[in-house]
Design a protein. Structure first.
Length: 117
């Protein structure tokens, strides 16, 4: 069972920046997919970004050009750098990892990001 621990969330003003971190309990080199989703109360969890060893990085249109995903396998950590934040980015952000499409997805516990206008 992979354990994921997120950190870095908080309250930030519109236009500001936040970097989220997600530390895994095992070597992230084995994960083909590492990414982030987010969820607002009453809405479905939505895709934000993924770092795939197979297809590269991908972003939701709503965050493209503002968010950057990266991984540091030496630290077993995936990051989400969030710039030019907007109030509509307010959500709980969840990281996930997956070794392959045929295997389980493991989720973190979530970290709240609140962007004030």
């Amino acid at each position: 069972q992979v354990q994921l621990v997120e950190s870095g969330g908080g309250l930030v003003e519109a236009g500001g920046s936040v970097r989220l971190s997600c530390a895994a309990s095992e070597n992230t080199f084995s994960f083909n997919y590492m990414g982030w989703h987010r969820q607002v109360p009453g809405k479905q969890r939505e895709f934000v970004a993924v770092d795939s060893k197979i297809t590269g990085t991908k972003y939701a249109d709503s965050v493209k050009g503002r968010f950057t995903i990266s991984r540091d396998n030496a630290k077993n950590t995936v990051y989400l750098q969030m710039n030019s934040l907007k109030p509509e980015d307010t959500a709980v952000y969840y990281c996930y990892v997956r070794k392959s499409m045929a295997e389980n997805v493991y989720w973190g516990q979530g970290t709240q990001v609140t962007v004030s206008s």
